[in-house]
Each structure stands twice: as C-alpha cells, then as structure tokens.
Design a protein around this ligand. Structure first.
Ligand SMILES: [Zn+2]
Ligand SMILES: [Zn+2]
Length: 683
C-alpha cells in the first residue's frame, strides 16, 4: 500500500503454522488476520520493551531480534575499544580484502570438532544420564582461567598478542602483528566478546532482565550462525578450542570424584554411579555435581537429569539396551533437592532400616509390572531380515537382560554405603569390575545361563536362520525390506552371510560384559562351527556394519537444544511427508531437512576446498614440501597428499547415501557432479 509510505511502520513478525490452504483459504486467511490483529497489542508491548533494552528504534527490529541485537551490542562494544568492524553479510568477515586470500580460515573448521568419550561395556549398577548446558557461555566467562589450569599463564601463551600502548598509537608507530595464528589476531576481539557477555550477565543478576537472559541463551547460536553480520570463524574456533579444554577438565573432575564415565560429549554425560538403588545414585550425583559447581571454573554450567538405567549394556549412543529406571517425578535440575538429600544423609544410619523396607516395596512393585527394558540397537537394522533374525536378536538379548536383572534384584541385597570412603584412600582399593562381575552369585548365574539354556537356544536359532537363508538363496528370491538401509555400503549382505552376521552381532553384544567373555567365546565357537566358518577367520571378526557421519552442533529452533547428530544412525527419527526426518530429543520438533541439506552442502564444499588446498608431504621423512617446483624431496622421497583421495571418496559415498535416503535433491546433484567429474574416484 503506497499510502503507508508516508507513515512510520512497525512490522510485526509472526510466523503462521503452515495450515491447510485449500479452496477455503479466504476464510482461514481472514481468521488468521483478525487473530494477529487482536494479538498485536501484547506483541507490540513486548517488542517495545525489547527495543528499549536494545536501544533501537521500534520499527528497526528484524525477524530474528536476538541475533541482530547480539551483532549490535558487539559492534557497540568494539567501537568503544577502537576496533574497526568487520561486518559482512557473507560467511567471510570483511577484513579489507585480506580475507579473500585466506581460504584456510574456512576449511578445517568442522573437522574433529567435538571431544567424545565412549566406553563400551556392561554396567550393572545405576547409570544416570545428565544433560549439559551453557558450556559455551561458561567457557567464555572463564576463558582467562582456562590457561591457568593448564599450567601456563595467558601472558606467555601463543594465542595472545601484546596490546599497542597509547603512546605508540599517538606517535603513529605501526606495530607489526605477527600473523602466525588467527587466534592471536582475534584475541583482542575475544576479550571484548567476554566483556559483552558479562555485561548481559550483570543485567540478569542485578536487574532480572529477561531480554539479557534471552541474549545469553542465544549467544552460542549467534556465534555459530554464519549469517550474522559480525560472524568470524576465528572467534568461533578460539571459543571452541577453549570449550574443548574446559570440557576435558570437567570430565577429569567427574573422574576425580570417583565417577565412571560411560559416554560424554558436549551435551551429555552418562555416568555409572556404582550404586545399587536410584536414591543412592541420585544422592551421589547431587554430591558430585554440587562439588563440581562449587569450583569457579564450572560455575555457569547447567546440569540436569535426563534418564537413568538400572542395568545397561552400552556399545555406543545408537547401540545400547538395558533396564530403564524411574527418576523421581519432577526431578530435573541437579541441586534442587539438595537440602532434602543432605538431611537424609545425616540420618542415614537411623533411616537405613526403613530404606531397606521401602526398597523392597519398590522392588515388589517393579516385579509386578516387569522391568521396563529399553532396546536400542542400530546394528539390527543392518541384518537382513531373513528367517526372522531381527526378532530372534531382540528376544535373545532382551531375555538375557531381563533374566540377569531379575536375578540381581532377588538375590543381591542392595548395599547402602554405610561408611563413605575418603577420596585419598580410593587409589588403594582394587578396581572392581563394573559389570555383573561385581556380584559373585549373579556372575555365576549368568555363566550357567549362557552355557546352558541360552547356548541351546542360540544353536537352534542359528541353524534355523542358516537353513532358511540357504533355501532363499537357492530360490533367488530377493526380498526388499522397506526399512532396509540399502545405502550404507556394508549392509548388502549376501544371503549366505546372514547367519554369520547374526552370530557375530549377538556375540558382540553379549561379550560387552567382560566377566562372561569366556563363556561367550565358547558359545560363539560352536555357533560358527554350525555354519562352517572358522573361529579365527577374517570373516568372523565383528565390524560396525553402519557407516557414520556426525554433524556437529545442530541447534533446535524450538527449544535451543544443541547436539551432535550421527546422520547415519541417529535414533531420533520419524517420517514426515514421506521422507524421514531427524528430531530434537528434548522437544520432539523435527529439524528441517533442507537446512541440514545446506549444512551438508557447506561441509562438502569445505572438504573439496581443503582437499584442493592441502599440502604435500614427503613419504619418507614426513616433512611438508616447502618449494613449489621439485619433483622429489631433498631426501629423495616421493610426495604424497596429506588428505588421501580415498577419504574424500568415502565422504562422497556417505553423502550420496544420505541424500538418497533423506531426499535431498540439491545435495544429490552436487555429489553426483563431483563423482562424474572425477572418474575413478568411486569404483
Ligand atoms: Zn528441541
Ligand atoms: Zn623427505
């Protein structure tokens, strides 16, 4: 409407859910318009408050105000400290032309990005999964301490440069900055970043300002989003490196306090508590987390409960199973029930009797319902479902878990820790096995179970599957399962090998518990003999059947939860509009496939660029080639590339598989183009 150009306009950014726009669209549209009009007053009020905090004219707020405001605040802080702004709408910061030569900034960013600890095994005591939040902000605020804990001082480390003094600036003396590292060059800007976030934090703690809180929540999204005006990959990498260091410290701290880490990445930690009851385990976690939080270094990290297991077999995040325990209702944040739990600790000895009784009550209740067994095995998806081997796998493993768990509940008395050991004396205690080896009678029971009942069952199943598979192979009926992951290269198993794969998978899972390893080996040998495969042949070695590609730090739009997704075997998936999508584990919102497609395209371009720009290395002395022309190294060795051609081919194959399975046309086209242009890359 051209007439409106005369008046000041305030846009209201509301997004409608994509409703049904059929022939009735006029009615739906009119209703939506009216609804927005009636809502506009509250929205305007809120926006006005926000604009007041940002010191921005009301009409100038864009659709994503937090990102915009982060840019704005940062720009103001930078100006105050005599910086030139590097605003640019692209992902390269505007450094006056220098950035065009510096492709290195954009290449290795995503590689080996997050630190992951994974300890496969079998855990017979209560295991608790904790969510970690606020690592980025905490790291930024504590960045000056991160160097201290490493034993170096920030003044001697390589990543800072001396600031030019005022006299030098006035005298017009040019200080030549050594450009050995981007982190050194951006250290000044990094300090400004820290002061910006601490200003927000002050607003939150002093004035209880919700908008400042919002800024802090979205800080990491802003730092990572390449569409932000002041986006700088070097800043992001600096913070990421610091986060890695801090995270290692956090894990080390958990270990120092006696926890066993089963799995840990930037968003979650799974801990084996070595306690028999959930109450004890929670008390223990409260104690550990509280003492971690009392350290200034980890002060700002949010830790909350996710779920717990009473018995857990763990291979990796997409391959685990066990008995899920119930956390007390309403228990989310660690430390909330702190007062209550310390009180119980004091009266522990008196309450011990009652506790035992109540524990028995709980056990009885659980026996009535039967333990909630959670099975989550991605490896099964890669077994061809011939002769019902997937069902057999589920039945065998679930049966085993349930038998062991029930035996544990009935025979072994829950031990309540009567006397707490001091930390110093822990090193003298012999390490106890974490699996059922802790409990002598149960271990004995498990051994008998595997040797007797289960062995017989497994032999029968193996034979059945083997016969059926052979029969099918003869008839050459190719059965096409819909849920077959035909795109991962190893899942095209020959029919004859189905029984072999079944044997390998079952034995791999059972042997997670080291205390029954001998028995499992024996059963495995016999099963292999049934299908005529040698015990020590190459075929009989277990490999992970699924390829894996981890997309780091995907941020959920609805709840701001940030996590790494293994695109090939993630558990949180569903189907929307006939194509599979990934989901946020917290709020079950699905991520947009097109967004992930663009992330993948980006990664592919980076990989191609990194491959093209890489250095040559001598095969013999492993030195990097310095001069441009020589054909051989000075030690007469041949040259090789740092990144091998095969690595690139593997990535291309994975990307092609993902693009086909998740219906990403643009990615598929780009991958196909790359494959066509490089004949011989993929055989
Ligand atoms: Zn979410
Ligand atoms: Zn050489």
């Amino acid at each position: 409407m051209p007439g409106l150009g005369e008046l000041p306009l305030v846009p209201v950014h509301v997004q409608d859910a994509e409703g049904v726009w059929d022939l009735n669209w006029q009615r739906t549209g009119a209703r939506n318009m009216l609804r927005h009009y009636l809502n506009s007053e509250t929205i305007l009020e809120l926006t006005a408050e926000q604009a007041r905090y940002f010191h921005v004219p009301l009409g100038n707020l864009p659709a994503d105000p937090t990102i915009f405001a982060a840019d704005l605040f940062y720009a103001r802080h930078l100006m105050k400290h005599n910086f030139l702004l590097w605003c640019s709408p692209t992902e390269r910061p505007d450094l006056g032309g220098r950035e065009a030569d510096d492709n290195r900034l954009l290449t290795e960013c995503e590689e080996n990005s997050s630190v992951v600890t994974n300890n496969p095994g079998c855990y017979s005591t209560v295991c608790i999964e904790l969510n970690i939040d606020g690592l980025a902000v905490n790291t930024l605020l504590q960045s000056h301490h991160v160097n201290d804990i490493e034993g170096t001082s920030s003044s001697v480390s390589f990543d800072t440069i001396p600031q030019a003094s005022l006299e030098d600036m006035m005298g017009g003396q040019v200080t030549v900055l050594p450009s050995y590292d981007e982190t050194a060059l951006c250290s000044g800007a990094f300090r400004v970043l820290r002061s910006m976030v601490s200003a927000w934090l002050r607003d939150v703690s002093l004035y209880k300002n919700v908008f400042a809180d919002f800024q802090i929540l979205h800080f990491y999204r802003w730092l990572r989003s390449s569409s932000a005006l002041l986006y700088d990959p070097a800043l992001r990498r600096t913070l990421h490196n610091l986060m890695k260091k801090l995270f290692m410290q956090l894990v080390a701290e958990f270990k120092r306090l006696g926890s066993v880490i089963i799995y840990a990445n930037f968003n979650k930690i799974i801990i084996c508590t070595k306690k028999r009851t959930i109450e004890d385990a929670i008390g223990y976690i409260e104690f550990v987390v509280q003492s971690i939080r009392n350290k200034e270094l980890f002060h700002g990290i949010d830790i909350s409960y996710q779920q717990c297991w009473e018995y857990l077999m763990w291979l990796d995040p997409s391959n685990h199973g066990g008995v899920q325990g119930k956390l007390p209702a309403g228990l989310t944040e660690v430390g909330v029930g702190q007062d209550g739990s310390t009180a119980t600790k004091h009266n522990e000895e008196e309450a011990e009797e009652d506790e035992r009784e109540s524990n028995e009550d709980i056990n009885d209740e659980e026996d009535d319902e039967g333990p909630a067994i959670l099975m989550n095995w991605n490896v099964v998806e890669h077994l061809r479902n011939v002769g019902g081997c997937r069902e057999y796998f589920g039945a065998v493993i679930a049966g085993y878990i349930s038998a062991i768990y029930q035996h544990l509940q009935h025979v072994e008395q829950p031990q309540t820790p009567v006397r707490r050991r001091r930390l110093g004396s822990q090193s003298q205690i012999l390490p106890q096995p974490l699996g059922i080896g802790r409990f002598a009678t149960t271990a004995e029971f498990a051994k008998q179970l595997i040797n007797g009942e289960m062995a017989q069952k497994l032999y029968k199943i193996t034979q059945t599957i083997h016969e059926k598979a052979l029969k099918q192979a003869k008839n050459l009926i190719k059965e096409n399962d819909e849920d077959q992951f035909s795109w991962s290269k190893n899942s095209h198993m020959d029919l004859e090998k189905v029984s072999l794969e079944f044997v390998k998978t079952v034995c791999k899972v059972l042997s997670l518990d080291s205390s029954v390893q001998d028995e499992v080996t024996k059963v495995r040998r016999n099963m292999l003999r049934l299908i005529n495969v040698g015990d020590f042949s190459d075929e009989a070695v277990w490999h992970d059947p699924c390829v894996s590609f981890v997309l780091p730090e995907v941020i959920c739009k609805a709840c701001n939860h940030c996590r790494d997704i293994d695109l090939c075997k993630d558990n949180y998936q569903s189907t929307e509009n006939d194509s599979p999508v990934w989901q946020c584990p917290l709020c079950r919102t699905s991520y947009e496939n097109s967004e992930i497609e663009y992330l993948l395209l980006d990664i592919m371009h980076r990989k191609a660029m990194a491959y093209t720009l890489q250095d040559l290395q001598c095969k013999k002395c492993l030195q990097i080639k310095m001069e441009n022309m020589p054909e051989y190294c000075s030690c007469a060795g041949d040259f090789q590339t740092l990144v091998s051609r095969n690595d690139l081919a593997v990535y291309l194959k994975i990307f092609r598989g993902i693009a086909q399975h998740f219906k990403m046309p643009l990615l598929l086209e780009t991958v196909e183009f790359n494959i066509q242009m490089n004949p011989g890359l993929i055989a």
